[in-house]
Design a protein around this ligand. Structure first.
Ligand code: GLN
Length: 194
């Protein structure tokens, strides 16, 4: 079970560590050709404008759309969630436009640029530890999107079939249960194709 972490910018090594802790083999992805050997892909946090720009430059927009089109799971965290979204508030252009949701960037304001909290997530037994850093929020979701968690009534984790998105950084804690949840999604997708 080989899962890639898009390594153009952002928190790559931490995701690799968490995926490995969750039992997967994980690799940093820098070239589109690497996607062929992968069963799932994580798009990390960082700066979404930069990640989007580099994805365009290296041909990742079409390649990742095709990857998802084969039913292979994607997991976007923080900036990666923004990259997955159909729409970004206040911006004309979005990036992958794969998940039917509208997101707002830096949605917690300057007072609360970063904080940690325990979060109930549908499908995971006990609350997980979540680190928010200049985090986005999911403002609106389409009918195929399942809301997995909210923080103060705002959506912070969502799933649409084989696409998973979190506003925060699950890779910055030793709690790798959300990665384990994603690894299970990848296993299921791979099994349904076999
Ligand atoms: N604020 C960043 C953005 O809008 C995301 C922050 C993060 O990934 N920690 O792209």
């Amino acid at each position: 079970m080989k899962i890639g972490v898009l390594a153009l910018q952002g928190a790559v090594a931490e995701h690799i560590r968490s995926l490995e802790a969750a039992g997967a083999e994980a690799v940093a992805v820098k070239r589109v050709e690497q996607l062929e050997e992968l069963e799932g892909l994580v798009i990390p946090g960082g700066e979404s404008t930069t990640i989007g720009k580099l994805m365009r430059q290296y041909g990742f927009i079409d390649a990742v759309r095709a990857f998802a089109g084969q039913g292979k799971p994607l997991f976007g965290t923080c900036a990666g969630l923004i990259v997955l979204a159909e729409e970004i508030e206040g911006q004309e252009d979005a990036h992958l436009r794969l998940m039917d949701m509208t997101v707002a960037r830096n949605a917690f304001g300057r007072q609360r640029e970063s904080f940690e909290t325990d979060l109930d997530v549908k499908g995971i037994n006990e609350p997980i530890r979540a680190v928010f850093i200049r985090a986005p929020l999911i403002k609106k979701v389409g009918k195929d999107v399942d809301v997995l968690s909210t923080y103060k009534d705002e959506i912070v984790t969502a799933r649409q079939g084989h696409l998973l998105a979190a506003s925060y950084h699950p890779e910055l804690t030793d709690d790798y249960r959300l990665h384990a949840y994603f690894v299970d999604m990848v296993k299921e997708a791979a099994a349904s194709k076999a």
